[in-house]
Ligand binder design. Sequence first.
Ligand code: BDR
Ligand code: CA
Length: 307
Amino acid sequence: MDILYDCDPGQDDAMALLTALGNPNKVKVLCVSTVGGNQNINLVTQNAGYLLAFCKQHIPLVQGQAGPLLNQLHVQAKAHGSTGMDGSDSLNKYAYPVEDDNAICFMANILKKQSQKVTIVATGPLTNIALLIKTFPEIIPKIAKIVIMGGGIDHGNVTDLAEFNIWTDPEAAQIVFSSPLEVIMAGLDVTEKTTITKKEIASLQFGGPASKMAGNLLHFYQKSGEQFGFTAAPVHDLVAMEYAIWPEFFEAVPANIKVNTNHGDAYGQTYIAKGKDENKAAHNVLIKKMTKKLFFALLQKSLQFLD
Ligand code: BDR
Ligand code: CA
């Protein structure tokens, strides 16, 4: 499977990327693009570059939109630290080349050249993806599906109703969900229940360099999650990547997912539209749960490949 990975690393984005890189027999990452989200665009690009350099990759890295279409960016330093990916002491010790191009044009050019359809995995605000499909509608047939981490059907994590990635750029998210493409959503309803324990994180210290590095990032992330009431770490973005690679381990249902873009209490909330004709027309997919207890095992195996 060929993928474009759009992200804002983020320790959980990092686990998603490492999992993609650790399965070259299943996944070819054509490009990594970044978007302002967990931290500012320069930091998240540096973090993505760190991961790619650490894993000795030669995948193009391109810097995308600094912030949402309409709103101001509110970074998540409380959850992810001042670098956006705290937990490693060597983030700026690895340099990685960044493409000298506009990310939207860069992604469109990759898609144009592809003979096979490409899956987009997006685990940050959907700003880049919305701009890509609005600016270059001719590439839509080249996209197989878009798997995102974002939203939540019965609750949020930034407001009572809205989840961070969607709340950061609700207008972009609405553009993506309402596009003709199949958009598959890993929302909080599933990602908060698909967690990695302290013991599992500690076990990564017995592995090689990639396992240890991932363990250090997850150790920080798990500790910071305690302030939000999590004992085990909800590694949200990894759910989207594992679904993209191993959909057979998940239960998912068709749904018409919409985003509230009215500036009230529910701004940025995702919900399932339930009109009479909605089920017939449903072209999005909601991930309900992971049916096999493999969440950590799949990450661990991917890291071992990179070790
Ligand atoms: C999402 O927001 C970010 O903090 C995480 O990286 C994840 O993509 C969870 O709400
Ligand atoms: Ca993210």
